[in-house]
Ligand binder design. Structure first.
Ligand code: NZQ
Ligand code: ZN
Length: 380
């Protein structure tokens, strides 16, 4: 087991109708106003918006609203919201939505104290403080509600890059799984695949962290079983709740204890796909890349993948485990090849170049430019 540190400062309030506590919690923290950040309007349909506004009004918290954060959130929008927050004199940032809204809110919270927020992504400025951040989660998958990461796309340079900082953990996140009844099954499955990928990014990194491996296997099985249930009944509260909490645990630190920071090559590859094609959702891109990555690397280093095939898929043969994994993702309606994602063959070399903008690819299994080319061909 590798050395590790634990510190996750986010308070979680979990369950039905818990948004009611939002305003009073902000009051307790001494706040008088906030900037509310949202996406394209889903929070009006799932009821989150009305509940949030009621709670803020009851607590006497003033707010300004910033709408229009897109999936695969963009730098230009982030900068625009930072200007709005400065003009308003925001004391706190409140994200109501999925990972894209929460990531934008994190970048806004930190960007208030920087010359330009993109500098933090490219290592030119260091985040030393941020406005306090509150979130109301409406889509489980990214784990952003309980971690210190944010991913934003610079559309000019095709860089979909991340920041990690202790200052951008949400102070409080409210997770009401019933807000997710309105998700299409496709979006539910995208989120599930993202959570599965967060666990797998750590899983193959260290075979001696036995407690973490066992937790991770339990989470993988729970996420898969709950997603199957939601395919039949989107309003199955037990399934929504267990999927939501598993997804938060998948990237809040728990699944990485003693795992030497994990690998994260599949995430870097997927981020290049959705940087080039913002219409590709993060979860669906991962559904194409992860099985191909396992297939490619298990030929070079089978011992790393044996336990996964056996414990997760009850298969002695790794290739058979990969087949079962792919079949499950297909049964959820997710893409299984780059072709399914409408990527053209002549774009593959551009994708490799975008990935190589950050050449340290893979924490455990280092991937060269040639590895990436072969891997993308396998995924095609
Ligand atoms: O924009 P609105 O109208 O809100 O609609 C959203 C959006 O179209 C919709 N939606 C959200 N909640 C809903 C709902 N529709 C109906 N009912 C609800 N309850 O879903 C669509 C997708 O939302 P988005 O926030 O983009 O999805 P997700 O939560 O999957 O976030 C993906 C982003 O997070 C990044 C991804 O790369 C991607 O940019 N990630 C962030 C991470 C982190 N901060 O730790 C880690 C991840 O690995 C990931 O990279
Ligand atoms: Zn992810």
């Amino acid at each position: 087991m590798e050395a590790f540190r634990i510190h996750n400062p986010t308070q979680i309030i979990f369950g039905k109708a818990q948004i009611a506590y939002l305003g009073s919690e902000m009051r307790k923290d001494g706040l008088q106003n906030c900037i509310l950040i949202a996406g394209g309007g889903s929070i009006r349909k799932n009821g989150a918006y009305d509940q949030v506004i009621n709670s803020l009004n009851q607590a006497g918290i003033r707010y300004t609203e910033a709408w229009g954060v897109q999936a695969n959130p963009r730098l230009d929008k982030t900068r625009q919201i930072i200007d709005q927050a400065r003009e308003f004199g925001a004391e706190a940032v409140l994200a109501v939505g999925g990972g894209s809204v929460i990531d934008t809110a994190k970048a806004v919270a930190a960007g208030m104290y920087l010359k330009d927020i993109w500098n933090a992504f490219i290592g030119k400025e260091i985040i030393k403080q941020a406005l306090p951040l509150y979130t109301v989660l409406t889509l489980s998958g990214t784990g952003s509600e309980m971690n210190g990461n944010a991913v934003i796309t610079n559309t000019n340079t095709h860089q979909k890059w991340g920041i990690t900082s202790q200052f951008i953990y949400p102070r409080l996140s409210i997770i009401d799984p019933s807000l997710q009844y309105t998700l299409s099954f496709k979006q539910t499955a995208n989120g599930a695949m993202d959570a599965i990928s967060h666990i797998l990014e750590f899983y193959f990194a260290n075979e001696r962290a036995l407690s973490t491996l066992a937790i991770n296997e339990a989470l993988l099985q729970t996420i898969t079983a709950m997603t199957d249930r939601l395919q039949k009944d989107p309003e199955d509260y037990v399934a929504r709740a267990n999927l939501a909490w598993s997804a938060s645990l998948a990237l809040n630190g728990l699944t990485g204890f003693g795992m030497n920071s994990g690998d994260w090559a599949c995430h870097a590859i997927e981020h290049a796909l959705s940087a080039l094609h913002p219409e590709i959702s993060h979860g669906e891109g991962l559904a194409v890349i992860f099985p191909a990555w396992i297939e490619y690397l298990s030929e070079k280093d089978p011992s790393r993948f044996q336990r996964w095939a056996k414990r997760v898929w009850d298969e002695d043969n790794i290739a058979q485990g990969v087949r079962r994994f792919r079949a499950k993702l297909q049964s959820w309606g997710l893409a299984s090849s780059l072709r399914d994602l409408s990527i053209k063959p002549d774009e593959l070399s551009q994708i490799v170049d975008i990935i190589m903008l950050n050449p340290n690819i893979g924490g455990v299994f280092k991937l060269s430019k040639e590895d990436l080319r072969l891997l993308l061909m396998l995924a095609y």
